[in-house]
Design a protein around this ligand. Structure first.
Ligand code: TXA
Ligand code: MG
Length: 368
């Protein structure tokens, strides 16, 4: 399939709106078009057309039991999609829409099974990105859109990453530059008496609590595998680079530079993802080690995380060692993505020794 690529020019509104009109027409015709949002790029299709939505699953190689989020351009557009909103859902819409928050609500009969994957609920979000908002409004339908990556890979936060995964598989890609937040929206179930975070994201737990009082967090997000996650997508290996990845948490972070050097000395090509503070412990051109560091804020890491993981794939590193961050604020979403990207291979310290958390096997280069 020929994939049309529209590069939007910020200084040429007329040509941008001609491109979006063309993209909207393809969406109305049941085709799949990728577009930027404030979180990550989405892979959109007409959310009320089951056959169009099925094309998203085919392009991504996504398991059919993983439901999609519907994207709308106006708050009132949620009303036909649900049998009713709880007071909590209304409060969250008022506080955080448009923005990176997905509300799980009871679905109406309009929702195709392809979107809700057999559940009685549907996820709805109103993005704040101007390109997303304009495209949805021009299409005049709710747009079903998962992240625009091949299932299991890191989500795309720029159009090149979308091209890498989707060229030839979708009708079009709208290039609106880099996404600002970099991790996906927060998913909150508003149907339960106490709202529950099913996926941490751009709207933090603290921000939700300020509006709602109490919120719960799906226990599986802490890494427990004893329960089935309530967001079906959270059970899959996800956000994952090709190399084996290890996440250093707590006191183990101090051992990361030394461990990376040991691995490199054994001939492995090592990717290191760390703060500027740890990066300072590496020489400018360390043999066999590619150091990617973020700024001082966790929001910098969120913004760059997926692009850095994809860059390690392009550099064909053998192993990635990543430094964990504090879980306050956006840190909860970042740590959730890092743990999943690492396949829960988490390294900590006990009795002065590096050790593996819950079932991880430490590779040879970590053992003294
Ligand atoms: O920021 C985002 O949310 C991006 C952009 C493109 O909007 N979209 C996105 O979609 O991340 P996706 O499909 O990659 O992730 C949707 C998540 C999955 O974990 C899915 O299982 C969950 O939301 N989800 C969707 N509908 C649900 C429902 N009815 N009940 C529980 N979880 C649901
Ligand atoms: Mg996704």
């Amino acid at each position: 399939m020929q994939t049309i690529y529209w590069k939007l020019q910020a200084d040429n509104e007329k040509s941008a709106s001609a491109s979006l009109t063309q993209a909207a027409r393809l969406l109305q015709q049941g085709e799949v078009v990728a577009f930027p949002t404030e979180t990550v790029y989405g892979l959109g299709a007409d959310g009320l057309n089951g056959a169009a939505v099925a094309k998203i699953f085919a392009a991504k190689g996504r398991p059919a039991d993983n439901p999609l989020i519907l994207h709308i351009a106006d708050k009132n557009d949620i009303l036909p999609l649900t049998t009713g909103l709880t007071a909590n859902a209304k409060a969250l819409m008022e506080a955080f829409w448009p923005g990176p928050l997905t509300l799980i609500v009871d679905k109406s009969a309009l929702i195709p099974d392809e979107v809700s994957a057999g559940l009685d609920t549907v996820g709805v979000r109103m993005p704040s990105h101007p390109v997303a908002a304009q495209l949805i409004a021009l299409t005049g339908r709710p747009i079903a859109a998962p992240s625009a990556n091949i299932s299991g890979k890191p989500s795309p936060t720029d159009a090149q990453a979308v091209l890498d995964d989707m060229q030839g598989k979708v009708a079009g890609i709208v290039d609106g530059g880099r996404c600002g937040i970099g991790v996906e929206s927060t998913v909150v179930d508003t149907t339960s008496p106490v709202p529950m975070i099913l996926r941490p994201g751009g709207i933090t737990r603290e921000m939700l609590e300020a509006v709602l009082g109490a919120v719960e967090v799906d226990p599986t997000l802490a890494g427990s595998t004893d329960f089935k996650p309530k967001a079906p997508g959270m059970k899959y290996r996800h956000y994952a680079p090709e190399a084996a990845m290890y996440l250093f948490e707590g006191a183990a972070t101090g051992c990361l530079p030394q461990t990376a050097k040991q691995a490199a000395a054994q001939g492995l090509k090592v990717g290191v993802l760390c703060s500027a503070e740890l990066a300072a412990q590496f020489a400018a051109a360390e043999n066999n080690i590619a150091v990617s560091c973020w700024g001082s804020e966790v929001s910098d890491l969120a913004e760059q995380l997926y692009a850095l993981l994809r860059a390690f794939d392009k550099q064909q590193v053998d192993v990635i060692l990543a430094e964990g961050v504090d879980e306050a604020g956006l840190g909860l979403a970042v740590m959730n993505r890092l743990r999943k990207a690492a396949g829960y291979q988490i390294v900590t310290v006990a009795a002065g020794q590096l050790c593996a958390k819950s079932g991880t096997h430490l590779p040879g280069f970590m053992l003294k």
